[in-house]
Design a protein around this ligand. Structure first.
Ligand SMILES: [Zn+2]
Length: 494
């Protein structure tokens, strides 16, 4: 019935996202404690991040640089002046009683992201970004239920780690667009080394503000806004939004309440029940009683610093993708697959392509053999045993018809497990590059012994040479099948 309601009415879904990403700094935002994930609870803390009396914060320059870099990548302007404010609230995992954040002068403002329109892959959608600001993270409460009794423990390691909160305009219109936006944002931020963006580890968190605009007799009616939290994967974000759209349509049909009747509420996503549930009525921002942090000076950002960061920035992923197509002649799909693996794999591919002189073959080997092995061995490309130069040399031999694909794969597998040059590997495997006069002799012998094949081919059955290729391979395992085939056809034609 709801699907019917949504289909039969003119309903527009309005979604805005607040995305928190943890910046990849060595240390926390205002102290020297390590910001690394995964240490034993409460081992990465000091008086500053614990908020002990008298401790003074010192700003982390690297966090400022990463935030500027992120801002430039999402087309924001970087104001000359930014400042720190205290956001006050009480929560057990926030020992200071306030969070240092940015209220009215964020470090990045007024940007946008172009995303592919999921409804039309040839079109793009322009998603506005209101602002991106820096803030420190709170600790983590772990709610356990051990042996039937509920228990909460607190890990303060995360207290004070730097977050960038990226706030979009309510420009997103469907769960598919949200997925596209998040995918694009994650690709940019990981590509530039700004954040790991791992939802499972909490280095990327998404809150979604969702409501509906319903056309009633030519007038737009907006349903109350709901902020959805606690989604721990992109899939969960999509499902939570789809659930909310239906739920709000049902509620509106039942009670007719609009945005003017009901303040914004917060709902959590329950992944196992696949539904959202009410968490709390939202405080207005005034409730946090923001005020400028008296311990921290406002930050001036010189224009030269912004320009320096802009110049030193790595190429953006969409630019790399275009370049792989124009410079190496890859198809868009293949370029995307490689770019999505990150800049290290792009660099690896480009070196293989340069050394081999054969970008298409390089692309297919990188996407198949290399990526499969990385996955099987759970390693990153920087640890890969076959270097880009080795793979390039190997593929050049294939392109020059000195090795066939099967033999090249043997060499590749050998290099995976043994330190060796390509040449040594070929020797150790007993592979001999066969000289073309040998192939000529071999083919001539086969043709002399099989006159029926010659007749068949001359009669138009070209595929008849296939039976001789197998025989050639038996007589000389090093013979390249492609070369044998070409030689056979040439000799028959003579
Ligand atoms: Zn600390």
């Amino acid at each position: 019935m709801n699907a019917n309601f949504i289909m039969s009415h003119d309903v527009t879904t309005i979604i805005g996202l607040e995305v928190h990403v943890q910046l990849k700094t060595k240390t926390k935002l205002f102290c020297g404690c390590s910001a690394e994930f995964g240490a034993s609870p409460n081992t990465q803390v000091c008086p500053v991040c614990l908020g002990l009396p008298g401790a003074l914060p010192v700003m982390n320059e690297q966090a400022i640089e990463l935030a500027i870099c992120a801002g430039l990548a999402i087309n924001c302007s970087i104001p000359e002046l930014t400042k720190w404010d205290r956001k006050q609230y009480f929560y057990p995992d926030l020992p200071k009683g306030y969070q240092i954040s940015q209220f009215d002068l964020p470090i990045c403002a007024d940007g946008y992201l172009e995303i592919t329109d999921p409804a039309n892959p040839d079109a793009t959608r322009h998603i506005g970004i209101i602002r991106a600001h820096l803030e420190e993270d709170a600790g983590k409460s772990m709610h356990d239920e051990v042996a039937g009794k509920s228990d909460t423990r607190i890990d303060l390691n995360r207290c004070g780690t730097p977050l960038l909160e990226i706030v979009s305009q309510p420009d997103l219109r469907s769960s598919a667009e949200v997925k596209e936006y998040l995918t694009q944002l994650k690709l940019i931020l990981t590509h530039l080394g700004i954040s790991d963006c791992e939802m499972q580890e909490g280095s990327l968190r998404v809150d979604a503000n969702v409501n509906l605009h319903i056309n009633v007799d030519g007038k737009k009616v907006a349903t109350p806004i709901v902020e959805v939290k606690n989604m721990n994967s992109f899939r969960a974000v999509e499902r939570a939004i789809e659930f909310e759209v239906e739920r709000q349509a049902i509620d509106w049909q039942a009670d007719g309440l609009t945005i003017n009747d009901k303040p914004k509420t917060t709902r959590g996503w329950d992944d196992s029940k696949e539904r959202t549930f009410i968490q709390r009525e939202k405080e207005e921002s005034a409730d946090y009683r923001y005020f400028p942090d008296p311990d921290l000076l406002p930050v001036r950002i010189p224009r030269e610093q912004v320009e320096e960061i802009r110049k030193s920035m790595r190429e953006l992923p969409n630019v790399t993708c275009d370049r792989l197509q124009s410079q190496h002649g890859l198809k868009q799909y293949d370029a995307n697959v490689i770019v999505n693996q990150g800049p290290q794999l792009v660099a690896y591919f480009e070196r293989v392509a340069d050394v081999s002189g054969d970008a298409k073959r390089s692309s297919s080997w990188v996407q198949q053999d290399v990526m499969r092995t990385l996955k099987e061995r759970d390693m990153v490309i920087d640890e890969f045993p076959v270097t880009s130069v080795q793979l390039g040399e190997l593929l050049k031999l294939v392109s020059d018809a000195k090795l066939d694909n099967a033999r090249a794969r043997d060499v590749f597998n050998y290099l995976l497990d043994k330190e060796s040059t390509v040449e040594e590997a070929i020797k150790s495997l007993g592979i001999e590059q066969v000289d073309s006069s040998e192939i000529d002799t071999l083919c001539q012998e086969l043709l002399d012994a099989n006159p029926n094949v010659v007749d068949d081919v001359r009669g138009g059955k070209v595929q008849a040479v296939g039976s001789l290729i197998g025989q050639a391979k038996k007589k000389n395992p090093n013979a390249n099948p492609q070369q044998v085939r070409e030689t056979l056809l040439r000799l028959i034609g003579e």
